[in-house]
Design a binder for this molecule. Structure first.
Ligand code: AMP
Length: 418
């Protein structure tokens, strides 16, 4: 559907055109009119569906229509991570470029004083992580009495991260009469409860079936011994010319180690996780975006809220502890109409975790086999056995392009020239 049909004002349409968006995504098509009409919304959508614009555009429209405020925030967006809060705030700024509305971000890990100054100067929209917002509430440095619209973005992640008590405290500090929007990729028991507590007669807007993987993402598993995973990953990246790969691991230590190994093997890689400073994470993200870094190795917590376009490959080097995280992970590719591939490396010890993921997906992920990969003897590894060869061919809809495949070329690390 064309944006012009959604009932947004010309300044917002101009900003959307500048962003290069041609058509509204399904979540935008459904959520924008409902939000403009003042309804509470329960949005079942993961990142990559255009959900940020789905709430940001109508919020800007409504605040603009209502006229200039006293300087107290009128819309509050809560997000699980600083990365997401940062991106959502950037979106508000970009979409509101031609309006006289201000958006600020509030999150931890950075000094509180500049945030206090910004709040004093005045703003219309606040995008915040729950912890730091509570600090401001407790220190009386924010006035939430004028909030008309509350957004809980990636609400399932916020609950996973243990923010439920903070969220409840924040909600207590808000006016009772307000519009509420809740977005979540999954719809478990806790989200149902939170929705029931917060939303009033909501319009339910869903774009992908809950707990099912994005349709655009091609999924495939490779069975491989644990100690060979890093070599297979390097082989796939080279042979199939993957140029922008987000690799998920479970631990911070594992992220550092894998990034170092790949880098040593001639594949520019870096790790992001919660022990790294915000500045280091931003630097890594930027060089990944620019293409200086070919691989970003991340833990689930650090990857939450990362907005990357054109991400072609997501690799589950290890499956997540929480099976639902698989859906979030693969949602990082195949975004906004583009296709993507999610590759999962399965060692014998990962099998039961794979079963749990497949149960959620209600889908058995097709298995592929790699051509031309020879196990690498690693004297530093505790155990290196040959990867189990799969007899199964990948099913027709799952086989990734095998560029350079079939040549039985021996794996040899080489420095990539970029
Ligand atoms: P989100 O789901 O909000 O994380 O958005 C995913 C990506 O899609 C972001 O990079 C947006 O800039 C982009 N996007 C949002 N809406 C549209 C649209 N209507 N057309 C094309 N790209 C879009």
């Amino acid at each position: 559907m064309k944006f012009e049909l959604l009932g947004l004002n010309p300044e917002i349409l101009k900003a959307v055109t500048e962003k290069g968006y041609k058509k509204a995504t399904p979540i935008q098509e459904k959520a924008v009119p409902a939000i403009l009409a003042g309804r509470d919304v329960l949005g079942g959508a993961q990142t990559g569906t255009g959900k940020t614009a789905a709430f940001a555009l109508p919020i800007l429209n409504k605040l603009n229509e209502a006229g200039k405020s006293s300087g107290c925030p009128r819309a509050l967006v809560l997000a699980p991570t600083r990365e997401l809060a940062d991106q959502v705030c950037e979106s508000f700024i970009a979409y509101g470029k031609f309006l006289d509305l201000k958006s600020i971000r509030i999150f931890g890990g950075v000094k509180i004083n500049p945030q206090i100054t910004n709040l004093k100067i005045g703003t219309d929209i606040v995008v915040a992580t729950p912890g730091r917002l509570l600090d401001h509430i407790n220190q009386n440095t924010i006035d939430l009495s004028q909030i008309e619209i509350l957004v809980l973005d990636e609400a399932d992640r916020m609950l996973d991260m243990g923010f439920i008590r903070d969220i409840k405290k924040i909600i207590k500090a808000l006016p009772r009469h307000r519009q509420n929007l809740l977005f979540s990729a999954t719809y478990g028991k806790d989200i149902k409860q939170l929705s029931a507590d917060v939303l009033r007669n909501p319009v339910s807007v869903e774009v992908t079936k809950r707990n099912t993987a994005a349709e655009k993402v091609e999924q495939i598993i490779y069975r491989i011994e644990k100690g060979q995973k890093r070599y297979l990953l390097a082989h796939l990246i080279r042979e199939e010319n993957w140029y922008q790969v987000l690799v998920f691991v479970r631990t911070k230590h594992g992220a550092n180690r894998l990034a170092k190994q790949l880098d040593k093997d001639g594949i520019p890689a870096n790790a992001i996780h919660s022990d790294k400073s915000q500045a280091a994470r931003t630097r890594a993200m930027n060089s990944f975006r620019k293409g200086d870094l070919q691989v970003l190795v991340a833990t689930d917590v650090a990857a939450r809220g990362i907005d990357l376009q054109d991400l072609t490959h997501v690799v589950n080097f290890e499956l997540p502890q929480v099976p639902e995280d698989y859906v979030h992970r693969i949602g990082r590719t195949g975004r906004a109409g583009k296709s993507g591939t999610a590759v999962t490396l399965i060692a014998p010890e990962d099998r039961s975790q794979l079963q749990k993921v497949e149960k959620i997906l209600k889908y058995s992920i097709p298995e592929g086999h790699v051509i031309g990969f020879k196990p690498v003897y690693d004297p530093t590894a505790k155990k290196t056995t040959a990867p189990k060869k799969s007899s199964k061919r990948p099913s027709s809809n799952a086989a990734p392009a095998k560029k350079g495949g079939g040549n039985n070329r021996k794996f040899r690390p080489k420095r990539r020239t970029r």
